[in-house]
Design a protein around this ligand. Sequence first.
Ligand code: FCA
Length: 347
Amino acid sequence: MISPFLPASRRAVVLSLVALLALAAAGCGPKTETAAPAAAPKPGAVRIGFLVKQPEEPWFQLEWKFADQAAKDLGFTLIKNGAPDGEKVLAAIDNLAANGAQGFVVCAPDTRLGPAIVAKAKAAGLKLLAVDDQFIGPDGQPMAQVHYLGISARKIGAAVGETLAAEFKRRQWPVAETAVLAMTYDELATAKERTDGAIEALVAAGIPADRIHKAPQRTTDIPGALEAATTLLTRHPGVKYWLVCGNNDNGVLGAVRALEGRRIPVENAVAVGINGTDCIAELEKAKPTSFHGSMLLSAKAHGYRTAEMMYRWIKDGVEPPLDTRTVGVLITRENFRQVLREQGVRD
Ligand code: FCA
């Protein structure tokens, strides 16, 4: 199902794109680029692809770093590719097949590409494991038959909401002067679950539902969040204190920059992200900002573990579990250096 949140004109574009990609996946659409095969791999050599939607995001760079570690430890070749749109992800799968890969891990640029990706992987005889973002089928439901490793999104979102509620109580802000800024990206199921979880926890802690304001992001990078948050803040000039949650660090960082742009004092806002990998420079700033902390996810589980699962599947025929969920842990200015070291994110 195409998201009801898209305007009709964009829905039509997305629909025709999906149709085109399905055709291409079935081998009857326009040809996608295929690189010349590299030197033929040794018989029995394992080659695994790792495709990510936003290669510029530190989270995905860390997934790659841990997958590289798995390749080194287990002795397989890892082929990494950025796949920021549908055409690139399908072309990358062609390239993997041409280069002798037997399987790949993928965080798709749009989860509705799931059926096209599955069709292409099947046609090329490649094993497939979705990471982070679960594929959505033609019926709008998660494709539960496609192997997937992702976060326990609602639980992690709830932990964000609980952290914000605890700060709100500790600071004794009057409810009537406080509001929630939720940076949302409801087109992506894991993102929606995260912000829904945070909002549920805030309401359970006593924040009235009508003081919760959603700022839908058009893109999931900092500029997309800055734009959405600025628009929302302009519409609510009377709010003195802000509690900020979002889909990930970049969403929340964009909101923090928007609060600064509106001259909201640092101590009048508290913001908590998700990922923990994209906010390190923010936490390292000598002068604290409103960015209080983040739920650090396990880049190692998402990078090393997925690559290892794929390796065992190819080499030993051990099929991974269909659905694996990972947890998060809160990092703040007080503990982030130690926790990042413990998790192998930082030396
Ligand atoms: C999604 C987000 C990423 C990261 C990942 C686990 O793909 O876009 O930032 O949070 O889930």
